[in-house]
Design a protein around this ligand. Structure first.
Ligand code: NI
Length: 158
């Protein structure tokens, strides 16, 4: 019988500043669309990040991946690069994107996907506030991917 496949999730958090702005549009469009999220001097969130990987349970260890290793990978590849930084200007892997929660989650996926091998990355959940989060399950069609789990109205208020 094949080893059972199990998913494990680790949670982390980081505090960052950002400003929502589309450089391709004019200031009036940005103010209109992003509202106070477009304030020139940015604002901050404490982001909660859940990373889920899956793989077969190793019969020798009884785990698919050491939780400590997964946490360290997320810390090295994401948390240390984002914590107490400005996501518009300070984070290499976010260069060139408007740092919405959606775009951040997609770039986090790209940062982590290879590093969790031999486990497989299956889900990145980024909570921007206690009530608003985005879910990204990768570039391949795999059911309910990229779901926004809150109404489309965005608020920067906690
Ligand atoms: Ni915001």
């Amino acid at each position: 019988m094949a080893d059972p496949v199990v998913r494990i999730t680790t949670s982390s958090h980081f505090s960052s500043a950002h400003r929502l702005h589309n450089d391709a549009r004019d200031p009036a469009w940005n103010r209109d669309v992003f509202g106070k999220c477009n304030n020139p001097h940015a604002h901050g969130h404490t982001y909660e990040l859940e990373v889920t990987v899956e793989g077969p349970v190793d019969p020798a260890t009884g785990w698919i991946l050491d939780f400590g290793d997964l946490k360290r990978i997320v810390a090295e590849k994401v948390v240390k690069k984002c914590d107490l930084r400005n996501l518009n200007s300070d984070v290499l892997f976010l260069r060139g994107v408007n740092p919405t929660a959606e775009n951040i989650a997609v770039r986090i996926w790209d940062e982590l996907a290879e590093g969790v091998a031999p486990a497989r990355l299956v889900r990145v959940v980024l909570h921007e506030t206690e009530r608003n989060k985005v879910v990204y399950t990768g570039p391949e069609p795999r059911g309910a991917r990229g779901d926004r789990e809150t109404p489309a109205i965005r608020s920067c208020a906690p």
